[in-house]
Design a protein around this ligand. Structure first.
Ligand SMILES: Cc1ncc(COP(=O)(O)O)c(C=O)c1O
Length: 269
């Protein structure tokens, strides 16, 4: 979502996504995990959002070593990045309960922006609760503009301690909202990245490449790293996940991750 886009650009892109997603709902695309575990359909609500899955797995060479890059930056036209795979599960769950969503986080959060864009494209009511920035930055400006253009209710908290109250204020603007998790990962949110690992396994098999020793990814909520680790195990790949922590220990630690790993593994049994 660029800084220079106009209101019409954003609305047009949502309108295009709306048409595409309505069609995808009637004729869902194939997914690597669902091919392996068709029974998952009866266990976890899912709704296709990403327009370009499978994303390419590209080889690059750095200093004589080959790296494979999973191009999640190409996953969708409306919004690309690692959030969309978990939103396919989180927004599907809200839709099943016929509820709107309240997303919460920092004012420049990509999770907030992705949630607002995709909730709008599937006509799910959405509100946000944000913590104001310490310093202005371009991501905050983009979020602010998109939220205003789409008329999304915004509740502001002075700090994270005030977030529960801000979430309640955001929720009051919607009928029966569902919270979209921003804190630690959730079992359902992890499944989207189990699918990505299965996709990687298929791409390795198709191209005859050896499985990498290590997969590097950032660790924020943990959805990405946990999903990849479970998925590699499911596909019998020897690849270990090395996650680089981008948030404080109090926001993500082994104690928080363990129930999510167990919960996600249960969903996949
Ligand atoms: C590009 C990118 N991918 C992944 C993550 C982390 O994802 P998750 O919240 O799933 O741990 C981050 C943030 O930490 C990120 O910036």
């Amino acid at each position: 979502m660029g800084d220079t886009e106009t209101t019409t650009d954003v609305r047009n892109r949502i309108e295009n996504a709306r048409r595409r997603l309505a069609a995808a709902r009637l004729d869902p695309p194939e997914r690597a995990l669902r091919r392996r575990l068709p029974a998952l359909a009866g266990v976890v609500p899912w709704r296709p959002l990403a327009g370009a899955i499978p994303t390419p797995l590209e080889a690059i060479e750095i200093g004589g070593t080959e790296f494979l890059v999973k191009r999640e930056d190409l996953v969708d036209d409306l919004y690309a990045g690692n959030k969309i795979r978990k939103l396919e599960y989180l927004l599907a769950a809200a839709e099943c309960r016929r509820r709107g969503v309240v997303a919460f986080g920092a004012a420049g959060s990509h999770h907030l922006l992705a949630t607002v864009l995709f909730a709008s494209a599937i006509d799910l009511p959405v509100a946000v609760a944000v913590v104001p920035p310490l310093e202005p930055n371009p991501a905050i400006a983009v979020n602010r503009r998109v939220l205003a253009e789409l008329g999304v209710p915004v509740a502001t908290a002075a700090g994270y301690a005030g977030m529960p109250a801000a979430v309640l204020r955001g929720a009051a603007a919607l009928e029966a909202p569902t919270l979209v998790n921003l804190g630690p990962a959730t079992p359902a949110g992890v499944i989207g990245w189990v699918d990505a690992a299965c996709e990687i396994a298929d791409q390795l098999a198709e191209t005859g490449r050896q499985a990498p020793d290590v997969a590097y990814c950032p660790l924020g909520t943990g959805n990405t790293a946990i999903g990849l680790a479970i998925g590699f195990e499911l596909c019998g790949l020897p690849t270990r996940v090395a996650a680089v922590q981008t948030v404080s220990w109090s926001a993500n630690n082994a104690l928080m991750r363990t129930p999510v790993i167990i919960g996600a593994a249960r969903l996949l049994r």
